[in-house]
Design a binder for this molecule. Structure first.
Ligand code: ADP
Ligand code: MG
Length: 274
């Protein structure tokens, strides 16, 4: 694949939807791999105690490995927690271990509890990696971990599954984004909506896609991610679908979605210019 335009400044996207199983993790790792494969440097921050993004990227995330947990509570610095994905020299991950499961509660009593990830990510050590993109994979809840992600990012990437009740809970997510915007991070906005698990054989999938496009307009990427067995098999091999089966429809669609994301990013005005 040819190379993609670099953004004028590093883009930090939070991949959020408090519904579980809508394709957050799958989209995070495969978009990250798509951007890396097409020449950009990408960091995935795994903020889900399940650690599924870490698994798919093939990085060590056994309990005790320096991870987002230690980073958030301030026990390690970013260069101690970052790992390179074995499948790509431009793809990095701060893994999540099961230790993160307690963080939601531990963070409550901490100073500047909502801004801890942002502070960690502003570490100068990250500059050496010349990162173009940071993608943050959120847990399926709107707790302090997701708030940390929303404070650390400027953009929200919202994956929506082409299924029953697709928009259920989205209103609540948008209200939370508005709250974070009003009190913690004025720059935060939904920049990208990605339709996932599209099954062209069902009328329902088209109805959902139409409804989402009506609601979110141009924010919705033209590329739709099809439901594909290859996509769901890949993490079991510690791979993204781009490595597992590069010619598959799933891999091609994530490559296209990554391209769209990057091309839109290059067209966006930088923060200073606006
Ligand atoms: P979330 O992170 O929102 O909970 P996941 O990305 O883990 O969602 O996806 C939920 C389940 O759906 C996983 O088992 C995943 O492998 C599967 N899945 C995700 N996207 C696809 C797809 N395009 N085709 C088939 N299965 C998918
Ligand atoms: Mg997930």
């Amino acid at each position: 694949p040819s190379s993609l335009p670099k953004p004028t400044e590093r883009r930090v996207l939070t991949v959020a939807n408090q519904k579980g199983g809508v394709g957050k993790t799958t989209s995070t790792v495969n978009l990250a791999a798509a951007l890396a494969l097409q020449g950009l440097s990408v960091l995935v921050v795994d903020l889900d105690p399940q650690g599924n993004a870490s698994t798919a990227l093939g990085v060590d995330h056994r309990s005790g490995v320096p991870s987002t947990y230690e980073l958030l509570i301030g026990e390690v610095t970013i260069d101690q927690a970052i790992q390179q994905s074995p499948n790509s020299e431009r793809l990095f991950c701060i893994p999540a271990t099961i230790d993160l499961a307690g963080a939601e509660i531990e963070l409550v009593s901490m100073v500047a509890r909502e801004g801890r990830l942002k502070t960690a990510l502003s570490d100068k050590a990250l500059n050496e990696l010349n990162l173009d993109y940071v993608l943050i994979d959120c847990p399926p809840s709107l707790g302090l971990l997701t708030v940390n992600a929303m404070v650390a990012a400027r953009e929200v990437l919202l994956p929506i599954q082409c299924e029953y009740y697709a928009l259920e809970g989205v209103g609540q997510l948008l209200r939370n984004i508005e709250l974070v915007q009003a009190h913690l991070n004025p720059d935060l906005h939904v920049s990208t909506v990605l339709l996932t698990m599209y099954d062209g054989r069902t009328k329902l999938a088209d109805q959902v896609a139409d409804e989402v496009r009506k609601h979110f307009g141009d924010l919705v990427l033209r590329t739709v991610i099809p439901r594909s067995v290859k996509v769901s098999e890949a993490p079991g091999f510690g791979m993204t679908v781009l490595d597992y089966d590069p010619g598959s429809r799933g891999a091609m669609s994530y490559l296209d979605a990554g391209r769209e994301l990057a091309e839109r990013g290059a067209a966006m005005k930088s923060h200073q210019e606006r």
